[in-house]
Design a binder for this molecule. Structure first.
Ligand code: CAA
Length: 258
């Protein structure tokens, strides 16, 4: 079934997902998050796809969880339906890289969704914030945990407690985004990066992603051991032999993702 709140396309080995609720600045409601989870799972399972780009519009990546949908909810209801956990976290189960291409506002759940991607490329007009405090709640999709890991405690506290937004330049200085590009170049830059990643051996890409993520969930010694064993295991692949032979023979490698 075609999603109503997303635009999906593929370009070679890259899948592009655009959040598409333009009238609400891509505010994230259950319908959109269900569709996003399904699209991500589908592209993750598709052998022809090697990398996924997630973007919004020129005006907003996403202005947060849908406030109109949340306003009438009660404690009992959000607890029973496990609001957020139920359908927002599919993105964390995707094993292929997901790049967030952020232009305009990435606020509240929008900022949190971008942080759940593997890295963020920002347009020079991007603005990041966790303004939930202004509407009587707090970040609920990981903002109080991922933001301090990305930008440090002081800036995270500043943003979460005062609702101050960060512009793209500050976000890059602080380590929240990997690079800032002119707004008109954002999608080209993200797609080019995704194509580069998708051309590398799939098994190396997936293991590299898993290893970097371990840095956030495991003590250093366990993360290092996890990395070492993943590194060792790649010597069992065709593409390791091919990559190294090609380098030594000064020719382009022909990877087969095996
Ligand atoms: N939910 C629902 N609708 C939203 C929305 C949101 N998060 N953000 C914007 N909209 C809607 C507005 O209501 C408005 O709709 P109408 O045209 O029907 O009035 C439309 O999008 C355009 O918005 P504005 O007129 O407000 O546009 P602006 O340019 O003046 O301001 C903005 C843009 C600064 C992003 C402002 O819309 C804003 O502050 N939005 C709310 C941001 C926010 O609080 N996000 C956190 C939500 S809570 C959350 O995300 C919880 C969590 O952790 C998961």
């Amino acid at each position: 079934m075609n999603p109503e709140n997303l635009l999906l396309e593929t370009d070679g080995a890259v899948a592009l997902i655009r959040l598409h609720r333009p009238k609400q600045l891509n505010a994230l409601n259950d319908a959109l998050m269900d569709e996003l989870g399904a699209a991500l799972a589908r592209f993750d399972a598709d052998d022809d796809i090697g990398c996924i780009v997630l973007t919004g519009s020129e005006r907003a990546f996403a202005a947060g969880a849908d406030i109109a949908a949340m306003a009438p909810k009660t404690f009992d209801q959000v607890l029973r339906e496990d609001f957020i956990s139920r359908n927002w976290e599919q993105i964390l189960r995707v094993r292929k890289p997901v790049i967030a291409a952020v232009a305009g506002y990435a606020l509240g759940g929008g900022c949190e969704l971008a942080m759940m991607c593997d890295f963020i490329i920002a347009a020079d007009d991007a603005r990041f914030g966790q303004p939930e405090i202004k509407i009587g709640i707090i970040p609920g999709a990981g903002g109080t945990q991922r933001l301090p890991r990305a930008v440090g405690k002081s800036k995270a506290m500043d943003m979460v407690l005062s609702a101050r937004m960060m512009d793209a330049q500050e976000a890059e200085r602080s380590g929240l985004v990997s690079r800032v590009v002119p707004a008109a170049r954002l999608l080209d830059e993200a797609m080019d990066t995704a194509r580069t990643i998708a051309a590398f051996p799939r098994q190396s890409v997936m293991m590299a992603k898993e290893c970097v993520n371990r840095a956030y969930s495991a003590p250093l010694a366990d993360g290092l051991l996890f990395e070492r064993r993943a590194f060792h295991s790649l010597f069992a692949t065709h593409d390791q032999k091919e990559g190294m032979d090609a380098f030594l023979a000064k020719r382009a490698p022909k990877f087969e993702n095996r």
